[in-house]
Design a protein around this ligand. Structure first.
Ligand SMILES: Nc1nc2c(c(=O)[nH]1)N[C@H]1C(S)=C(S)[C@@H](COP(=O)(O)OP(=O)(O)OC[C@H]3O[C@@H](n4cnc5c(=O)[nH]c(N)nc54)[C@H](O)[C@@H]3O)O[C@H]1N2
Ligand SMILES: Nc1nc2c(c(=O)[nH]1)N[C@H]1C(S)=C(S)[C@@H](COP(=O)(O)OP(=O)(O)OC[C@H]3O[C@@H](n4cnc5c(=O)[nH]c(N)nc54)[C@H](O)[C@@H]3O)O[C@H]1N2
Ligand code: SF4
Ligand SMILES: [Mo]
Length: 749
């Protein structure tokens, strides 16, 4: 670490789920070089081009340095006090007149990569008392939460592939050689896949695109997009039909197996072959190989979640793991245990997982994990009537580009009475805000992975203090969010300390812990415990509390030698907490205390799949899927010189046969039409794709007025989500169907 502005500093990378440890060279108060930290306990030196751009990200001249406040229609720079006063003045009347529920909260992806995003959004939502909460989860992994919620009773109990020990990895709709992995936090995915094959293991990929990962596999199966649930059901069918189902030790925790057998009875490989466009024998061998492997694991990602049958497919992934005895077994799928998780308590049946405690106003979508579908954000704002959203707080999100029908979202945001964006950039979304609050660049921020430590393929714990001191005139993001909470509560006076937000959270947790007979601090005085916490800031004290009370914690003296912030600071490269281990008994929170393999809400969705399968090959002629690029990050890293240009382009990839039929040559502009609108972009002809599939990346369309991302605007690309109107959702999870939706394509003459 450095206070003079010169030297090296260690910092975990916040730019994707791989959470690599970086070593930053700092010269004159700037990051001048970035390397992988070889001594990092988790990543051991791995780094990718995005991580290497960390310095550019810090130094981007378009990054906002001061808050922006709308004055006479224009966003102008302002001081922090002024900005929070403007928020109190702007949101206050909305809340007084229409209630806190008239203010929505939209939380974007980077919240899972920041300390601020891990600690404050819950308090912000409670301060507003709003049920209008939207996040990127319903554009992403919500189907997995829902299926795990029903199977295990806890939507956050997600088993991850034990990459270091498996012999057979079946990847469905995932491209970790580009994404660097997701819902499976593993630094150096490329190295781990190589190691798998070196030890004689097999990699099998199911993906309609012959991706970098698919090309590295032993076997690649390319089904029609959106049909995986049927394919997986047929694999389940084969396991039962050929007596290959053997849950092993897990058996005593399983209920509903016979129901699954009955459900799978008519999903024969022959019956789904036309629909999936996969030969029946291929489906049989996929199932047999999985069952035959000593230690195998099925893992599904975005191509299995943001699809028409996302929850069914996510469920079937774990059904396959359970039936083959690979769930909760080394080399299979295991539940991580992070250092800030609640320490395991004696097993007790839970209340189970439910959804629909409330519904969205316009389309009646059920609440899921206290969230409404991101695809419904625009209609909740622009549909007149009682309960309409009039205010919005967006933290680290760009729904104009990342959610369906960007034009509608764009117009809806323009019609809000008051909008706040916490964002480092003036982009397609934040340009509508009345106040923009910019967090500092990553090198000036501390880092702790609350989310990804709970999804990592090995248990470790790391904390990065800020590598550089805060520039003058900056607030760190925890303080920004704490002050935003105070502004919402109407507590903006000069006597109000943002630290009170942290102290309230600490008091709340200690109140609960001291009342819990299983807690190491049961019966102790919460005030005295709070006084023991260390940390320079409120968020550090909260982290200290979570570490002390976590599964590896020192328990305020109950477990000498255990974790605390002080102990963690002694290990700048992190602390290894060991490989994942079986722990299903402490995970289960279902009413039965078992893995409920055939949950009623999921069973009720199976007829919808049967109907689709009955349609056979008669689906739409052309469907669209997405892709990611190593040098891109959703909608927001297109402004960095190191990551732009070259092959990182927004094109419509299609098979040569489709191009020929359409009369399109490589590089020709094509018009793509969908339910929500149309876009024009260049065609890129490639044999990698299946026939009938067009592939366009998301996060592009940087051509709107009033943004400040100079480089991105020069090569704007087109917004693929304009093709969607927000009505195509996986019904059980409210997740937008971003892959496998029908389109029409024509050459632009
Ligand atoms: N068609 C299609 N659409 C997709 C997808 C797809 O595959 N296809 N993928 C979906 C997925 S998986 C996701 S997760 C979403 C992502 O969509 P969003 O959640 O909207 O996330 P990003 O595009 O990553 O935008 C992040 C915003 O956060 C800001 N930001 C960056 N760092 C910070 C920070 O430290 N603090 C704060 N406060 N702000 C920060 C950026 O400037 C940007 O405005 O997109 C989804 N949309
Ligand atoms: N470089 C880079 N890394 C990233 C991101 C980024 O934008 N850039 N985004 C991050 C985020 S927010 C996330 S959520 C993760 C996502 O991580 P991944 O899911 O690994 O990434 P994707 O590239 O979206 O992979 C989805 C794959 O599903 C395939 N697919 C599409 N439809 C179907 C289908 O119906 N069935 C099957 N079987 N496959 C299908 C696609 O062809 C694609 O290869 O990546 C993260 N990492
Ligand atoms: S793989 Fe992800 S975490 Fe690692 S350096 Fe690249 S962007 Fe950062
Ligand atoms: Mo995502």
């Amino acid at each position: 670490m450095t206070s003079s502005g010169t030297g090296t500093a260690l910092r975990v990378c916040p730019l994707c789920e791989a959470t690599c440890g970086l070593s930053l060279t700092i010269d004159g108060g700037r990051v001048t070089r970035v390397r992988g930290d070889r001594e990092d306990v988790f990543s051991a030196g791995f780094i990718c081009p995005k991580g290497a751009s960390f310095g550019e990200l810090d130094a981007d001249p378009d990054r906002l340095r001061r808050p922006l406040v709308r004055r006479a229609g224009r966003l102008v720079e302002a001081g922090w006090d002024e900005a929070f006063a403007a928020i109190a003045e702007g949101l206050g009347p909305v809340i007084r007149r229409h209630g806190g529920g008239a203010v929505g909260v939209m939380l974007g992806n980077p919240n899972v990569h920041t300390i601020a995003g891990g600690l404050y959004p819950g308090q912000l939502v409670r301060a507003l008392g709003t049920r209008n909460v939207f996040t990127a989860s319903t554009l992403d992994q919500m189907p997995k939460h829902v299926s795990c919620g029903y199977l295990f009773g806890d939507p956050d109990a997600i088993a991850v592939p034990d990459l270091d020990r498996t012999d057979h990895l079946l990847l469905i709709g995932a491209n970790p050689l580009v994404s660097n992995g997701s819902l499976a936090t593993a630094a150096d995915f490329p190295g781990k896949l190589k190691a798998l094959r070196r030890r004689g293991g097999r990699l099998v990929v199911i993906d309609p695109n012959s991706t970098r990962t698919a090309r590295a596999a032993d076997r690649h199966v390319a089904p029609r997009p959106g049909t995986d649930a049927a394919l997986l059901f047929a694999m389940v069918h084969v396991l039962f039909a050929e007596n290959l189902s053997d849950p092993g030790d897990l058996g005593r925790y399983l209920t509903g197996t016979e129901d699954v057998r009955a459900l799978a009875a008519d999903f024969t490989p022959e019956s789904v072959a036309a629909y999936c466009d996969v030969p029946p024998d291929d489906i049989r061998s996929l199932a047999r190989e999985l069952a035959a492997a000593e230690r195998a694991v099925v893992y599904g990602r975005l191509g299995s979640t943001a699809v028409e049958f996302g929850t069914l497919a996510s469920w079937l992934v774990d059904v396959l793991n359970a039936l083959t005895g690979n769930l909760d077994r080394p080399g299979g799928a295991l539940f991580p245990l992070s250092a800030t998780a609640r320490a395991p308590r004696p097993p007790k049946p839970g209340r189970g997982f439910t959804t629909g405690r409330w519904h969205s106003r316009v389309s009646g979508h059920p609440e899921i994990k206290s969230e409404l579908p991101a695809a419904a954000l625009a209609e909740e704002i622009d549909t007149p009537g009682e309960g309409r959203l009039r205010g919005l707080i967006v933290v680290a999100g760009n729904p104009v580009l990342s959610a369906p029908d960007g034009d509608r979202t764009d117009r809806a945001l323009a019609g809000l009475d008051f909008m706040v964006s916490v964002d480092p950039y003036l982009n397609e979304t934040s340009r509508h805000a009345h106040v923009v609050l910019p967090p500092p660049p990553p090198a000036q921020s501390a880092h702790f992975d609350f989310a990804f430590s709970a999804l990592a393929v090995r248990n470790t714990v790391r904390y990065s203090p800020p590598a550089l001191p805060l520039e003058a005139g900056r607030l760190d993001e925890p303080e920004i969010l704490a002050r935003l909470i105070l502004a919402v509560l109407g507590r903006s006076g000069p006597q109000e300390r943002p630290g009170s937000v942290d102290e309230e959270a600490i008091a709340h947790r200690l109140g609960k812990e001291t009342a819990d007979p299983h807690s190491p601090v049961h019966g102790k005085d919460p005030g005295a415990l709070a006084a023991v916490l260390t940390g320079r800031t409120g968020y550090e004290r909260r982290l200290d509390l979570m570490l002390r009370l976590g599964p590896y914690g020192e328990g305020f003296g109950a477990e000498p030698g255990g974790l605390s912030l002080t102990e963690l600071l002694r290990h700048p490269h992190g602390i290894d907490l060991g490989p994942l281990r079986p722990r299903i008994a402490e995970v289960l929170r279902t009413p039965s205390g078992t893995v409920e393999l055939a949950p009623a809400p999921i069973v009720a969705d199976v007829p919808r799949l049967r109907e689709a399968v009955a349609g056979g090959a008669g689906g739409p002629a052309l469907v669209l899927i997405g892709r990611r690029h190593l040098r891109s990050n959703n909608s927001w890293m297109h402004n960095l010189p190191a990551l732009t240009g070259g092959s990182n382009r927004c094109t419509a990839q299609m098979h040569p046969d489709d191009a020929k039929r359409l009369g399109v040559a490589d590089g020709d502009p094509v018009r793509i039409k969908g339910d929500g609108g149309e876009i024009v972009l260049p065609a890129e002809i490639t044999e990698a794709l299946r026939r009938g599939v067009v592939c366009v990346p998301h996060g592009w369309g940087h051509d709107r007025e009033g943004t400040r991302q100079t480089r991105a605007a020069r090569e704007p690309g087109a917004n693929v989500n304009q093709l969607l109107d927000g009505s195509r959702l996986d019904p059980l999870s409210g997740t937008a169907v971003l892959n496998g939706f029908p389109i029409q394509v024509e050459a632009v003459r």
